[in-house]
Write a protein that binds this ligand. Structure first.
Ligand code: 4GX
Length: 257
C-alpha cells in the first residue's frame, strides 16, 4: 500500500510515521508513505496556496492550480491510486470503508485548510470525499492520519498476530469483549474466574457474552444493523427471558418465590 498525503503542513506527519504499528509497517515495507507540500506546486512568487473567495466573505479558499498540479504529480508516480479529499461534506468513515480503501493499492489523501478547496478540484480530481465525523477540524491532516491508521492495520503483515485485525472491534460487527491482565486482584476487584480456568471453550463463550453485553449496553444500534448468528440470537433470547422473568416478579409480587 502506498500513501501520499498532500498538505501545506507535511511536518505534522513526522511523529505519525515515527511511532508504533505505522512505523513498523513502513520499516517492514508493508506500506510506503510520504507527505508532499502543496506549496511546492505554487507558481507565484509568494508561493500562495490560498486566495480570497469569489463572491466575497471572510475566510480563504485553497487555490486550484497548486492543488491540481500536486494531485496530478502524485497520480503519475502512483498509477491506479485513488484520490481522497478529507472534508466534513464527505461520506462518514467506518470500518467497511477502511477495508475498501485497504484494497486500493494506493491512496492520495488531500488535506485541505481554510474554508475548503475550490469546487472544481472536487469535481475533476477527487474519487472519494470522506469525513471522519460531524465536528469541525482546522485542517484535513488529522483526518488523513485517522484514515491511514485504520487502513494500515488492515494490510496483511502490519500487525504482529496473523489474524489480529479480523478479531478486533467491528470486524464482526460487535464491540470487543472485556480484557484483563495481571494482577489477579486490582484494588479489590477480581478478574472473572472463568478466564483463569484454562477451559478454552468456556472462555470463548464468556468472551462472546461479554462482547454481546457491551454492544447491547453501549451500541445497541450495531446489533440492530447486523445479521445475528444463531449462537448470539440464543444468548440474547436467554437474556430476554431472564429479564422477562425478573419483570414478571415485579408485576405480580404475589408470585415471588
Ligand atoms: N472530517 N475538516 C477539512 C477544510 C476543507 C473544507 C471543505 C475541503 C473541503 C474534517 C472532518 C474537517 C475541516 C478538514 C475543514 N477542506 N475533515 N477542512 N470532520 O472537519 O474530515
Amino acid at each position: 500500500m502506498f500513501f501520499t498525503v498532500l498538505t501545506i503542513f507535511p511536518e505534522m506527519f513526522d511523529p505519525f510515521w515515527e511511532h508504533g504499528i505505522v512505523r513498523r509497517a513502513i520499516e517492514g515495507k508493508i506500506i510506503r508513505a510520504s507527505a508532499v507540500n502543496i506549496r511546492n506546486f505554487a507558481e507565484d512568487r509568494h508561493q500562495a496556496t490560498d486566495d480570497r473567495p469569489y463572491g466575497g466573505g471572510s475566510g480563504m479558499v485553497m487555490k486550484p492550480e497548486p492543488l491540481a498540479a500536486a494531485i496530478r504529480e502524485a497520480s503519475k508516480t502512483m498509477p491506479g491510486a485513488k484520490t481522497v479529499l478529507l472534508t466534513p461534506q464527505g461520506r462518514m468513515f467506518n470500518q467497511q470503508m477502511a477495508r475498501e480503501l485497504a484494497s486500493c493499492g494506493g491512496l492520495i489523501l488531500v488535506c485541505g485548510r481554510y474554508e475548503g478547496v475550490d469546487e472544481r478540484i472536487c469535481d475533476d480530481l477527487i474519487d472519494y470525499e470522506i469525513s471522519i465525523g460531524d465536528y469541525v477540524l482546522t485542517g484535513g491532516e488529522l483526518a488523513g492520519m485517522v484514515i491511514m491508521d485504520a487502513v494500515t492495520r488492515l494490510i496483511p503483515g502490519a500487525l504482529g498476530g496473523e489474524d489480529a485485525a479480523e478479531k478486533d472491534s467491528f470486524s464482526d460487527g460487535l464491540l470487543e469483549h472485556a480484557h484483563y491482565t495481571r494482577p489477579r486482584i486490582f484494588e479489590d476487584r477480581e478478574v472473572p474466574e472463568v478466564l483463569l480456568s484454562g477451559h478454552h471453550q468456556e472462555i470463548e463463550r464468556w468472551r462472546l457474552e461479554s462482547s454481546l453485553m457491551r454492544t447491547l449496553l453501549k451500541r445497541p444500534d450495531l446489533l440492530e444493523k447486523r445479521e445475528l448468528p444463531d449462537q448470539e440470537t440464543e444468548v440474547l433470547r436467554r437474556w430476554g427471558n431472564q429479564i422477562e422473568k425478573i419483570l414478571d416478579c415485579h408485576r405480580s409480587p404475589i408470585k415471588r418465590s
